[in-house]
Design a protein around this ligand. Sequence first.
Ligand code: BYC
Ligand code: FE
Ligand code: FE
Length: 481
Amino acid sequence: MNELAISYDTSIPNNVGLSDDRRLLKALQKWHPNYLSWWQSMGPEGFQDSMVYLRTAVGVDPKGWAKFDYVRMPDYRWGILLAPRDENRTIPFGNHLGEPVWQDIPGEYRSMLRRLVVIQGDTEPASVEQQRFLGATAPSLYDLRNLFQVNVEEARHLWAMVYLLQKYFGRDGREESEDLLVRRSGDEDKPRMLGAFNESTPDWLSFFMFTYFTDRDGKMQLESLAQSGFDPLARTTRFMLTEEAHHMFVGESGVSRVIQRTCEAMNAAGISDPNDIENIRALGVVDLPTLQKKANLHYALSLDLFGSEISTNAANAFSAGIKGRYHETKIDDDHRLLDSTYPVLKMVDGKPTLVDEPALTAINMRLRDDYTADADKGLGRWNKVIKKLGVEFSFTLPNVAFHRAIGEFANIQASPAGTIIDEATWVANYDKWLPSSDDNLFITSLMKPCHEVGQYANWIAAPKVPINSQPGDFEFVRIAA
Ligand code: BYC
Ligand code: FE
Ligand code: FE
């Protein structure tokens, strides 16, 4: 079988030989209508009959894996695609270091793997649910198309995890697959599993911040799972990462375009003080301090997705060879972490302090540090846009102790600068650090659809980067009447 090509000989495009595995094919075909009814009821609201200029994966060859064409979203070909198999691959870390990777699940690690696959799978449809009302207020057809591109691909990521569950976890896997369609983002009785995926994504600034910060947690987690000794998981997540890059691009370029528009409007109006909020807002653009507050919120929510700084779950998954570290094979150490340490930020005598801890239990902390470094780079690029336009302002990531719900800092309050503060100080200041109800009202007031070809809402600049060489005035969505 040519793993680089996709077969279309069943209703589910795939490069996993589905037509030779009747049992699995049957299980997936049984799940498929339930999936479609989830998409119809919880996927993008409206636009289901519109023709959207979408990228569809048609192979896994890094040199050319996608084609672009107009598709109605319900007709999108959600496929099962795994990166090509490397016959000589060995487990790159943990107690089984150097052994050939597993093509099947070792019995002793079954429940650990199942939990990780289910958690990963849960986040994908959750994000689609969170974003389902955004189409109505899209600032352009270009942005509308990008939203739907992200949505169909997150839904494909659900397929990726459901494939693993149904192929390798038997009856349990089939039950978990059904449950993935039952939980709902933000639902009181059946919420999604992780905190950030039960928050709402009420406006386009949230969407851009989410795809910048939260999809980047996705990248880090998928990179760690891409190292897995369970080869089907590694290969699945590797291909997901190919799609993931676009999601973070949508976030980074989206925020960048908002910044650009704000600075240009300030310059045109002769406003130099970025804190002259009232006059800046009167121009119908988003003041930079409000964007910083949005970034504070989404960064803090995303940090929570790394779990506790010290975690035996993470240590066990590493030792078992199930979940590695970011760029595991490029790290210069023993890849077993038997007696090394890692500096962990902990509360000591009421102050955040770096303490050396066994590296094995500090895996989550390490990944979170790698995430922070990765996330910080985009802020540097945003700041360049501001500087170039001559405005004096720069974005900074808040301290990791700020506004946390998981781990060392869950029970304290800290300022964005990282000073531990009492409850009264927090209450007196949080509207300065996080979007206030006034800020949200203002943002909501800007969220009017701009669905004219080649037009962009006043608060966002036209894009610089085309989609598949199509410029900003291309008809990215043909909206059905
Ligand atoms: N919310 O040992 P601990 C993506 C629970 S995003 C609620 O500290 P562990 C995407 C934890 O479950 C990537 N509960 O943590 C992005 C545990 O509970 P149990 C998604 C939380 O297990 C955008 C207890 O606290 N993928 O793809 O080392 C759009 C103690 O846990 C949270 C993954 O996350 C929380 N935030 O690490 C679309 C990869 N944090 O089991 C998609 C798979 C912790 O004791 N998941 N808890 O009842 C994992 O690797 C790990 O489960 C976590 C947590 C990193 C999430
Ligand atoms: Fe995803
Ligand atoms: Fe994503």
